[in-house]
Write a protein that binds this ligand. Sequence first.
Ligand SMILES: Cc1cc2nc3c(=O)[nH]c(=O)nc-3n(C[C@H](O)[C@H](O)[C@H](O)COP(=O)(O)O)c2cc1C
Ligand code: SF4
Ligand code: SF4
Length: 292
Amino acid sequence: MSRIIYYFSGTGNSLVVARDIAEKINGQCISIPSVIHQESIKTEADMIGIVFPMYHHGVLLMIKTFINKMDNLDKKYIFGVCTYGGSPGICLKYLERIIKSHDGKLAAGFAVQMPYNYIFPSFVLKDFFNSFVLREISTEKQQKMFDYWKQKLEKICEYVQARKEGELETKAEVIEHLVGSLLRDTLQKSVWLKVAGFKGKTNLPFQESIQLMDHGFRCDNKCNGCGICSKICPVQNIKMFDGRPVWQHHCQCFACLQWCPKEAIQFGSRTAQGKRYHHPDVKLSDMMIDRG
Ligand SMILES: Cc1cc2nc3c(=O)[nH]c(=O)nc-3n(C[C@H](O)[C@H](O)[C@H](O)COP(=O)(O)O)c2cc1C
Ligand code: SF4
Ligand code: SF4
């Protein structure tokens, strides 16, 4: 019986979670960006874990594409783990729905709180759309999250090794359903695209329109042209022109901003002052994608 943990990670939180689970249940860890180019993703494993960060209260596009490409989902024990910064919402319900629409069954879904790697509004009324800053948390709070993860790891591994079913960790279901159906593709979409400085119009639903958020990225004069941003981008969204990154508008994560060794990548007007984040146990070399 083999076990595979597929993972996506922008700043290492989900990578650590995937790695720890794989080690504990004697499974193999595979990065989703390294297999996503395949026409169909086949595996002999009878147990599959899918580990990913929650983005904008939902499941990021790469995970949807990955599940679309999976073969034989109906014959597997599947569990999901989403890492999140603030609240898990109903992200795992969305995952359950996506897997079900491909004839699979999500046996269990767990949510793990980790440091937030995104921007956050400062809630100032004046110039609200330019008020977004990188969210920072204290080292103590961060360590508490990592310690809590170690405890939760035991629970998850025990649960999935016994092939139990039914656990699905969610929060504020009613509100999430309401916001999801009433505001996500309208108000939330227009606010985020405005924050990202996208001036055009798009009919894409909210989760897909996030690809356009890279209108908000630029690199400043600290850039030395090393090309690391382009190499670590999980969706090959950065091309280098004249030694500078140029974003191609199918964006997902924030990894480039967080990993640029010169802190030269900025989003909006206020990230130059903020601290960058990546999980302390993850190195830049762990983030490089081997596309075979
Ligand atoms: C584009 C983006 C959107 C995010 N949206 C949410 C969100 O809606 N709710 C939340 O709790 N955390 C959100 N986060 C925070 C991440 O889910 C969290 O920090 C996660 O652990 C990052 O995992 P990673 O290091 O594996 O990329 C978001 C992060 C990014 C980059
Ligand atoms: S990683 Fe940073 S310094 Fe290197 S090319 Fe990209 S923006 Fe420039
Ligand atoms: S361009 Fe940057 S933020 Fe966008 S997908 Fe690539 S690494 Fe992530």
